[in-house]
Design a protein around this ligand. Structure first.
Ligand SMILES: [Zn+2]
Ligand SMILES: [Zn+2]
Length: 262
């Protein structure tokens, strides 16, 4: 099983999980042209995508969803709450391709088990996912306002994690955003900070964990080097933690990551 984060951040999110027998797109938050371009960059033909799994209906996660599903006739898996919150035009494009699932449901496709779980965010019905195949597990959570016991429980025993590391609390506090927006971002239905991301990794850490991708970094309220150093610093306090055994990776708004295979 391998993963590529095609784009991550408030201007568009999309990732690919690929196995020998399946190819799943998580979110389609880039415009259709950019999305297709990046898929080709990482050697994935858009028509080879088996299905799109949607975390939630915010624009940075669904911007290209309708056109992608229409152009390539791709099935889309989405929660009922997120689906009803989509614009009419996207719903029209998705006609006949929608598979609704409730948070907590598992979906099996071509040997890949996809488990969804509820996360706290100011959207209609947000979820995170885990992807499991042959005893390997990838956990995927972005856009979460707080760490809940459920999120921690679901992300146990992962080999790879993609987790939000949205902001540095001091940069957010001192930044130029309006007070209301600052409150929203830092609130329990907003986005988690670098330090909270590291707490989440610590909570679920096991020696199985080989790679962590820090995702959805804010351009305004974070810096890649700060996210990495904050998380590493906190992880050093885990007994038995070794940098060489659990790699930290950044994700990017303007380009895909390298593939990571587990
Ligand atoms: Zn987002
Ligand atoms: Zn969101």
């Amino acid at each position: 099983m391998k993963i590529n984060i095609l784009a991550s951040g408030s201007r568009g999110n999309a990732s690919i999980i690929r196995t020998d027998s399946s190819c799943i797109l998580i979110d389609a938050g880039l415009g259709i042209r950019d999305l297709v371009k990046r898929l080709r960059l990482v050697d994935v033909m858009p028509e080879k995508i088996d299905s799109v799994f949607v975390t939630h209906e915010h624009t940075d996660h669904i911007h290209g969803l309708g056109k992608f599903a229409r152009n390539y006739n791709t099935p889309v898996y989405i929660t009922p709450g997120s689906y009803v919150s989509l614009h009419g035009k996207i719903k029209k494009d998705l006609h006949g391709k929608v598979n609704l699932f409730d948070p907590g449901e598992s979906i099996a496709t071509n040997g890949l088990d996809i488990k969804s779980f509820k996360v706290s965010h100011d959207s209609a019905e947000s979820v995170g996912f885990t992807f499991s195949e042959n005893g390997k597990k990838i956990g995927y959570v972005t856009d979460i306002g707080e760490l809940t016991p459920l999120v921690i429980d679901e992300l146990m025993n992962c080999n790879v994690l993609v987790i939000e590391s949205n902001h540095d609390p001091v940069m957010l506090e001192n930044g130029k955003y309006h007070f209301i927006l600052k409150q929203r971002i830092a609130g329990p239905e907003g986005h988690i900070s670098n330090i909270t991301a590291s707490t989440l990794i610590k909570e679920v850490y096991s020696d199985k964990l080989k790679a962590v991708f820090l995702a959805h970094l804010s351009r305004e309220n974070n810096r890649p080097d700060l996210a990495i150093s904050t998380v590493y610093e906190n992880l050093q306090t885990i007994e038995g933690f070794e940098e060489e055994k659990t790699k930290l990776f950044l994700t990017y708004q303007d380009r895909p990551t390298e593939w990571y295979e587990i």
